[in-house]
Design a protein around this ligand. Structure first.
Ligand code: IPM
Ligand code: MN
Length: 331
């Protein structure tokens, strides 16, 4: 049976990189049946649709969603991000954002291999707060961070399960800022301790997020699985990409591990409107995101072959890199 994939190319370089990712998936011999969804900033500017309930209902019927990138400079910040990307993460309950980092950090001689599990449905991303007296000298803005025991615990549990399964050091590091965010940090730390007690074979550590920024650069080998909240995870995973060969290689999986609906796969990078149409976009991040999708769909052999082929991606234009990876995968 073909896997049914909803494809949201999106804006900027998004459609360019998803085209290459689909080319590679097909070259790997995986049977997919794709349906394009025209969503993103350009669509919004044309007819006002961001993500209607009807479109969301259609998306629910697919096995997975492959997304390129969304966001365009003509639309104010937050409109597409909140209305499309975050709406999918929240409404489809994609509570794990899994971002693997394999590469050799600058100044190091050996490659590292770790993965960040970013809680994907809570924290400051939920949009709690508001503004008063806007535009006056007495303006007030609040933006709270929402942390539930259930939300933290399920992300942490996923991280421990992954540590058990992965061919790594069997180790999970909690990253937070417990010395300042004493309410949220305490909830996360206790949830972490309780889950850790269920996994006596898995080692644990705790890093404050500022210290983790140093270790990501200076000592990335200390990590196997990192688990953290939504905003820390957002920031840390850009740094993870930067020390692992660049953001052009950074892939991600927005997972609904309970499989009550489709999961969504997208590169960490954005729509890069400055390079659209130049052929400069590296499709590798999108291709590796498609490999994560295949893993989630049970196509592990194809996913492994794609990852191996990406090591031989070389340089060139968007389509040159995509075609080279596709031909290596096809064998
Ligand atoms: C990411 C992106 C998004 C995020 C933006 C586009 C809303 O930066 O996937 O990391 O902050 O989660
Ligand atoms: Mn980000």
């Amino acid at each position: 049976m073909a896997h049914r994939i909803a494809v949201i190319g999106g804006d900027g370089i998004g459609p360019e990189v998803t085209t290459e990712a689909l080319k590679v998936v097909r070259a790997a011999g995986v049977d997919i049946d794709t349906t394009d969804f025209d969503l993103g900033g350009s669509r919004y500017l044309r007819d006002g649709e961001i993500l209607s309930d009807a479109t969301l209902a259609q998306l629910r019927d697919f096995d997975a969603i492959l997304l390129g990138a969304v966001g365009t400079p003509e639309v104010p910040p937050g409109v597409i991000e909140r209305g499309l990307l975050l709406k999918m993460r929240f409404d489809l309950d994609l509570y794990v954002n899994q971002r693997p980092f394999v590469g050799t950090a600058p100044g190091h001689s050996a490659p590292h291999d770790f993965v960040v599990i970013r809680e994907n449905t809570e924290g400051p991303y939920v949009g709690e707060g508001g503004v008063l007296r806007k535009g006056t000298p007495h303006e007030v803005a609040t933006q709270g961070s929402v942390n539930t025991r259930m939300g933290a615990e399920r992300a942490i549990r996923y991280a421990f399960e992954l540590a058990v399964k992965r061919d790594g050091a069997k180790h999970v590091t909690l990253v937070h800022k417990t010395n300042v965010l004493t309410f949220a940090g305490d909830l996360w730390q206790r949830a972490f301790n309780d889950v850790a007690a269920e996994y006596p074979g898995v080692g644990t550590a705790y890093n404050h997020v500022d210290a983790a920024c140093i270790y990501f650069v200076q000592d990335p080998h200390r990590y196997d699985v990192v688990v953290t909240d939504n905003l820390f995870g957002d920031i840390l995973t850009d740094l993870g990409g930067a020390v692992s060969g660049g953001i052009g290689l950074a892939s991600s999986a927005n997972l609904n591990p309970a499989r009550t609906g489709p999961s969504m796969f997208e590169p960490v990078h954005g729509s890069a409107p400055d390079i659209v149409g130049t052929g400069k976009a590296n499709p590798t991040a999108a291709i590796l995101s498609a490999a994560l999708m295949l893993d989630f769909l049970g196509e592990h052999d194809a996913a492994d072959r794609i990852r191996t082929a990406c090591d031989q991606a070389g340089t060139g234009s968007t389509t040159e890199i995509g075609s080279r990876i596709a031909s290596v995968v096809a064998g």
